[in-house]
Design a protein around this ligand. Structure first.
Ligand code: GDD
Ligand code: MN
Length: 369
């Protein structure tokens, strides 16, 4: 099994010559590929010297700081071209202890991709202030939820891929270049049906040099996550449900205003009528459009009954929220219960909550086969 450890570098001259021998001694079939972005501190020249003395060390030079993600893509292409069986990602700064390499190799017998993970039992971080710890953990959780990713440490930069994974996930289509790159690769790997395993590692904060993680990086990465999220199947469903919800809401607000404001019908009765009309409208269009083709094996009348139950609970929820909001807003603004501001503001609050409930009920129950 030929193994390639890719180490991207930008200003790592104090680390690179120390980490390389430690990596090579882990296994006889390991080569190192240093991908340097023309580091101003001379890391690239040092890497060339190392490569002259040791044929197991390879170097790729790029014109300038083009980002961690594209550095890895360049390295992956090299690994694919030269038919390495296992291709690794690893930092130069000793945050990733080379002693874990044999464990990653062992686990790769079972998984297509293995992550060195800080957030599984036995893993952790050493030397991070609490805010960096919290930020990393939170960003990780948010991205996991948005993209439904199964692994615990999706930003980990210590990994072992089988070459087949990198050949199978279309490296050219990657949209993120910085740190979000790590998440995007997991997203693609999971979507392509490859298995992903994790082994616990202790990530040690760097002692030499500086982290390249900047505020700008964090913003770019968050944007990339949102872009990926928008590409997902199922997001279209939320958008459709939202559009139908908006038309239903317009009907709801319209009828409520006509009854309660113009005709001074009791506000709760008005809200009940408008809600029922809007709910029927929403069911019809969601069946036709949002969840079209879903749960076709289910009898239509059963679906309708289930929908009425969901909507009925939503409707009660709506009344309860109005019952709380209307008096609260009317006393807060010193206005009548039927004042347009009181009625509509209350309705906004209840609509948001009830629509969330309705979406989940529709998706997970009514239109689930
Ligand atoms: N060639 C190249 N180009 N290398 C880069 C670039 C770049 O633009 N930016 C960073 N590197 C190299 C660094 O020299 C180092 O070897 C490695 O990539 C990681 O960079 P650090 O700046 O040390 O990253 P970090 O410690 O903040 O982030 C680490 O943890 C993150 C999760 O918390 C990395 O492992 C990330 O991949 C990981 O997402
Ligand atoms: Mn680092």
């Amino acid at each position: 099994m030929k193994k390639l450890i890719i180490v991207p570098t930008y200003n790592e001259k104090d680390n690179i010559d120390k980490i390389a021998p430690k990596v090579l001694e882990q296994d006889d079939l390991i080569d190192i590929l240093i991908v340097d972005d023309n580091s101003p501190d001379g890391t690239g020249e040092l890497a060339d010297e190392m490569a002259r003395d040791n044929s197991r060390i390879k170097v790729l030079h790029r014109k300038g700081k083009l980002g961690l993600g594209s550095a890895y893509v360049a390295g992956f292409n090299y690994g694919i071209e030269h038919k390495y069986d296992l291709i690794f990602e690893m930092d130069a700064d000793f945050s990733h202890d080379p002693k874990y390499i044999p464990e990653l190799i062992k686990a790769s017998e079972e998984y297509n991709l293995v992550l060195g993970s800080r957030w599984v039992k036995g893993g952790g971080v050493e030397g991070w202030p609490w805010y960096r710890y919290t930020a990393s953990w939170g960003a990780n959780l948010a991205a996991r939820l948005l993209l439904s990713l199964k692994p615990k440490d999706i930003t980990s930069g210590f990994r072992c891929y089988h070459r087949e994974v990198l050949e199978g996930i279309n490296l050219h289509g990657i949209i993120s270049s910085g740190y979000a790159f790590q998440e995007e690769l997991i997203y693609r790997t999971q979507k392509a049906g490859f298995s992903i395993g994790e082994i616990p590692i202790t990530f040690v904060d760097r002692k030499e040099g500086q982290s390249k993680m900047t505020k700008k990086e964090i913003i770019t990465s968050s944007k990339a996550i949102i872009k990926l999220f928008m590409h997902r199947r199922g997001v279209g469903q939320i958008v459709k449900f939202g559009i139908i919800g908006a038309t239903g809401t317009a009907i709801d607000f319209g009828i409520l205003n006509i009854l309660a404001v113009v005709f001074k019908v009791n506000v709760y009765l008005s809200a009940s009528i408008s809600f029922i009309v809007a709910a029927t409208n929403n069911f019809y269009w969601n069946k036709r459009w949002t969840f079209r083709g879903a749960a076709n094996n289910k009898k239509m009348h059963l679906q309708f009954v289930q929908y009425l139950i969901v909507a009925g609970i939503g409707f009660s929820l709506n009344l309860v929220i109005l019952r709380i909001c209307v008096p609260a807003f009317s006393s807060a603004f010193k206005l009548e219960n039927s004042a347009p501001l009181v009625v509509n503001l209350s309705k906004v609050v209840s609509t948001l909550l009830v629509m969330t409930w309705n979406f989940l009920g529709s998706k997970k129950w009514v239109f689930k086969g």
